[in-house]
Design a protein around this ligand. Structure first.
Ligand code: NAP
Length: 346
């Protein structure tokens, strides 16, 4: 089996590739085994590879990484009820499974959904993690039609989907940040205003407060400052609350870890209190149900995946260098098996 993996905690220089790893096996009765066509990488892969999430999850090496997958179901566990062999699927796998940058991945059926039929897997494999994150954040903030929404880092993987969902699904007025040459794309995706973050600080430009601020750029105080009293700030960095950690981790945090997480959240809780806003650290919860909802939007053309570039799996190290440059517009895709998903290839 082909796979990209890390040999130790560290940067992209610790990434290696092999085409002769043992094939992954079905991981349980509630799992499906997927033959991977395409995968995608996210900043969390870089953080996890560098050992920065070790306090929450420890990895043995070699470690096959990657969360996002598009592929075909090859085997189903005896307790699976929704998916069948041959289904064309996409998903964001859980934390405890071996990663998606491999010829095969086993994942719980509950996090894998039928992929949109109108788009190649080489595009939709980039949707699950960022699409679920953006959708779950907007839903947590209960965004209503006509409300003012601010989304920082509009040109990134999360931002490009969040802008489209906020505008075309939740019906909001959308303000975002992006450099000059990306403004046209961001407006095309649905942004009503684009603030050039290289020239101005958004907290100085936004005079009328927003109902919902999506902190994708890790600036909690600036986001709280531009949000109405009792408005909602959804943040993507920082420690999860103990309740969120329980939802996303394979092993629920114990007494000590709960207190560490509470302490880590103290500064942001105080900022939120100071500005009178509600504040929640959002962590993507893998969910086939939410992916089904996103499939509907993708098939209707309400939202579309934005792909920056595609690398062959053997170049995973280069792909990670590109991701960590922080300059990608939308998603970085890894082509794992280009003999699959033929109807979308000439
Ligand atoms: N909690 C969760 O579950 C979760 C899920 C997904 C992502 N995240 C986090 O969310 C963050 C964003 O992820 P991503 O995948 O969207 O990142 P990304 O794709 O790597 O973002 C890159 C883009 O951001 C733009 N950018 C960089 N700095 C900016 C700034 N200060 N203001 C505005 N735009 C800026 C860059 O545009 P230019 O080239 O023009 O600079 C580039 O287009 C990461 O910190 C990630 O760890 C968390």
């Amino acid at each position: 089996m082909r796979a990209a993996f890390t040999t130790a905690y560290g940067g992209p220089d610790k990434i290696e590739y092999s085409d002769s790893l043992p094939k992954v096996k079905l991981g349980g009765d509630d799992h499906v085994l997927i033959r991977v066509a395409d995968a995608s990488i996210n900043p969390i892969d870089g953080l996890r590879n560098r050992g920065m999430l070790r306090i929450l999850m420890c990895d043995d090496h070699p470690h096959v990484f990657g969360y996002d997958v598009g592929g075909f179901v090859e085997e189903v566990g005896s307790k699976c009820t929704n998916l069948k062999v041959g289904d064309r699927v996409y998903g964001r796998i859980g934390e405890s499974q071996s990663g998606t940058l491999a010829g095969y991945v086993s994942a719980q059926e509950s996090v894998i959904a039928v992929a949109p039929t109108n788009l190649p897997l080489s595009e939709t494999a980039g949707v699950p993690l960022v699409g679920l994150t953006a959708y779950q954040a907007l839903r947590a903030g209960d965004v209503q039609p006509g409300q003012r929404v601010f989304i920082s880092k509009g040109a990134g993987g999360v931002g490009t989907i969040a802008i489209q969902l906020a505008k075309h699904v939740f019906g909001a007025y959308v303000i975002t940040t992006g450099s000059d040459h990306k403004a046209e794309l961001l407006k095309e995706l649905g942004a009503d205003e684009v603030i050039n973050y290289r020239k101005e600080k958004f907290q100085d430009v936004i005079k009328e407060p927003v109902d919902f601020a999506f902190d994708v750029s890790d600036e909690p105080a600036a986001h709280a400052k531009i949000t109405k009293k009792n408005g909602f700030v959804a943040a993507l960095r920082g420690a999860p609350s103990p309740a969120t950690a329980k939802k996303i981790l394979a092993h629920p945090p114990g007494f000590l870890m709960n207190n560490v997480l509470r302490a880590a959240n103290f500064a942001t809780s105080r900022t939120a209190w100071w500005y009178g806003v509600r504040y929640e650290a959002i962590y993507c919860v893998p969910s086939a149900k939410d992916l089904d909802t996103l499939r509907g939007y993708l098939e209707k053309g309400t939202i579309k995946p934005i792909v920056d570039c595609t690398y062959d799996l053997k170049d995973a190290k280069l792909a990670m260098e590109k991701l960590e440059s922080g300059r990608a517009t939308g998603k970085i895709i890894l082509s794992v098996d280009d003999t699959l998903d033929k109807e979308f290839k000439q």
